[in-house]
Design a protein around this ligand. Structure first.
Ligand code: LRH
Ligand code: MN
Length: 430
């Protein structure tokens, strides 16, 4: 029996207060969709099976190089992070998996951690390696790179760490390893741009060789930061070529914040899918750089267009359509639980809106070069308020109709502020 952190009586009481209004909104939307030949219960059933993983590192306050402003009661270890992720799942019912990061989430007994998570109604998604920071007592620094480092011993150390992450992931029930390396340069000439990639491919191939048969290696590209002149895996082109070079278990992960402003990310999704290399997502939003802001908070239409491409991809699977959906955000000014509740809702809304697109009408207009009607086929779906569908699915799954109201009324964070040790001032991502 799952022991969720918030009293289900509170959720029941608040849902009772909101239920009549929800049923009214749901019925009205149902009539509207029926006029368009869409059965709302069918969409609700589709939405009910949708899920997105939350990042363990997103459960605490994030920061920038300038500062991080902790909040009282924020988690300080993976056990407290799992508890907070269980709150997000209990109220929102769309985030049953956590994506862990090592060594940030290192423990001595991963079998026990898996059971601990299961008792909270959680499982584990992709494991993330970390060769972008040095750990105390580490033999070789990653200051000059990791898998692409000039120094062979450093590359071997990075390979070893990734293989260790696979071994941990197997105990946690994961089947994906996300590999993001910050390797790159700050000066022209600092490293040979060709040989850097060759070193990366040679080292990554050793990690690939250690993958169990049912595992995937998700390559995460990023245009810049921490390197500011060149990055070894800087864009989807470098990523897909590396994934093709490595083999069928290597796929590409799209972090929405890892592109230059105004890049057409939904087209990158279509391209990666076309070549059977679409492995997963790190959802967030950004206005300038890798801002790691809440998903859909800046450009919700782009997120909708990404899910529109995913709906097309799902209808035309290539090499198996199974992208991992994960959130990757840095919560610098909000309560991380509230941000992930809100972001999971926004992501699921974009999934639902994409499911409402009349694809026959869209394709017919595209074939007829009827630009306006093709655009309107997307815009009609985007303009549909799908909140009643998500709330109904959530309530039926035991969640809260109004997740933020229930969370605040639970007094969960003030309670944790009493229980948990305070986090010191600092800077950086965690
Ligand atoms: C790099 C990144 C990567 C993670 C890190 C926390 O910017 O997106 O996915 O390892 O953030
Ligand atoms: Mn990421």
């Amino acid at each position: 029996m799952t022991e969720f952190p918030i009293s289900s009586d509170l959720i029941g009481t608040r849902n009772h207060a909101h239920r009549e209004a929800l049923e009214d909104d749901y019925a009205a939307l149902g009539r509207k969709l029926a006029r368009a030949g869409i059965d709302i219960d069918t969409v609700k059933a589709k939405v009910a099976q949708f899920s997105v993983a939350v990042p363990s590192w997103g459960a605490g306050r994030g920061g920038t190089r300038f500062a991080k402003f902790p909040i009282p009661g924020e988690p300080t270890n993976i056990h407290e992070k799992l508890e907070d992720c269980a709150v997000i799942q209990q109220l929102g019912r769309t985030t049953p998996r956590v994506s862990p990061h090592f060594p940030w989430d290192k423990v001595s007994d991963y079998k026990a951690l898996r059971e601990e998570a299961a008792a909270l109604g959680l499982g584990f998604d992709a494991v993330n390696s970390n060769t972008f920071q040095d750990q105390p007592g580490q033999a070789h620094t990653y200051a000059n790179g990791s898998l692409a480092a000039q120094d062979a011993a450093t590359r071997a150390q990075a390979v070893e760490h990734n293989i260790e992450c696979i071994a941990i992931g197997r105990q946690l029930g994961s089947t994906d390893l996300t590999v993001w390396v910050g390797d790159g340069t700050n000066f022209p000439g600092q490293q040979d741009l060709g040989r850097s990639l060759d070193r990366y491919l040679e080292a990554a191939a050793q990690v690939y060789a250690a993958l169990p048969d049912d595992w995937r290696m998700l390559l995460e590209h990023k245009m810049f930061e921490p390197a500011f002149y060149s990055t070894v895996i800087s864009d989807w082109g470098s990523s897909i070529l590396a994934a093709q070079e490595l083999g069928p278990k290597a796929k590409c992960l799209v972090d929405l914040g890892h592109h230059a402003p105004n890049v057409n990310i939904e087209q990158i999704v279509a391209r990666l899918h076309r070549f059977g290399k679409l492995g997963g997502f790190h959802f967030n939003d950004s206005k300038y750089g890798d801002d790691d802001l809440d998903s859909g908070s800046i450009n919700p239409h782009q997120l909708f267009l990404v899910f529109n491409e995913l709906a097309e991809a799902e209808a035309n699977p290539r090499d198996g359509f199974n992208p991992s959906y994960m959130i990757d955000q840095s919560h610098n000014v909000t309560d991380p639980i509230e941000s992930m509740l809100s972001s999971a809702e926004t992501i699921a809304q974009c999934y639902a809106k994409a499911a409402l697109v009349d694809r026959a009408a869209l394709h017919e207009a595209q074939e007829a070069n009827d630009t306006m009607m093709a655009f309107q086929a997307l815009r009609r779906a985007y303009n549909t308020d799908v909140a009643p569908i998500l709330a109904m699915a959530r309530m039926e799954a035991g969640g809260a109709i109004d997740v933020l109201e229930a969370y605040r009324m639970s007094q969960y964070r003030p309670r944790k502020a009493q229980e948990r040790k305070a986090v010191g001032l600092g800077a950086g991502i965690v």
